[in-house]
Design a protein around this ligand. Structure first.
Ligand code: DC
Length: 221
């Protein structure tokens, strides 16, 4: 079974999806981390927007392994290194590159090929897994999302104001929804869940209920 969770940046997708996967006994895939890892690799090589083809070729060559919450890039653990706001603001280098997207979608399908999976991102229910058995569109207001992300960055010791986080988030929302290929879109058969005012536990319980209902429907057919 594939549970595809899509939604804008900062809606709490990755922590919620990770815990949901754990509860269900499914494996978990954070596809944003894959785009971040390619961006990190590009920045390390001092590549920029003008290096579109070089970044696409690099994405074909690098080894990217998602394993047990860790992200391994050419064998190096980059899990923490891809979480900076520098990577977040430059992530379009990977996300706007059609060939990078095709490569990552291919890796995502291979990952989910043989095990029940909870996957989260922007295009999981639309492009990567259009036949996913359960699709969820997770949202929250921009202010709530910026507040959460700001607290997260502060905890990690990054000095950035709430206003700057909100501005970055709005810019990322714009890019995510205007992207030519793989844009953030709600799949027609996705179930909407708004997390405003809900605790993480409440969101997970809600999602678990949705998945279990779907599992019952599937066994009835
Ligand atoms: O979920 P996140 O903030 O870690 O994602 C980082 C960026 O990667 C996000 O701004 C858009 C991009 N992304 C994407 O284009 N497609 C996905 N399936 C996941 C993320």
């Amino acid at each position: 079974m594939i549970v595809a969770i899509d939604g804008p940046a900062g809606a709490g997708k990755s922590s919620v999806a990770r815990r949901l996967a754990h509860r269900l006994g499914f494996q978990f895939l954070d596809t944003g981390a894959m785009y971040r890892a390619i961006t990190y690799a590009a920045l390390r090589r001092k590549l920029g927007p003008q290096d579109h083809d070089t970044i696409a070729e690099m994405a074909q060559r690098v080894s990217l392994i998602m394993h047990d919450d860790r992200v391994l890039l050419d064998g190096f653990d980059v899990t923490a290194l891809i979480r900076t706001s520098e990577v977040a603001t430059q992530v379009f280098l990977a996300a706007d590159n059609r060939r990078v997207r095709e490569r990552l979608v291919q890796l995502q399908r291979e990952f989910a090929n043989s095990n029940d999976t909870v996957t989260e991102g922007r295009d999981q229910g639309t492009i990567a897994f259009p036949n996913a058995e359960c699709k969820i569109f997770l949202t929250a207001s921009a202010e709530e999302r910026a507040g959460r992300r700001h607290a997260e960055l502060k905890q990690r010791g990054e000095a950035i104001s709430y206003e700057d986080v909100l501005a970055q988030l709005n810019e990322r929302d714009r890019r995510d929804s205007e992207r030519e290929y793989g844009a953030l879109r709600r799949a027609a058969d996705a179930i909407d869940v708004c997390t405003d005012g809900l605790t993480q536990d409440q969101v997970i319980t809600k999602l678990e209920g949705i998945v279990q209902k779907r599992q019952r429907e599937l066994t009835l057919v």
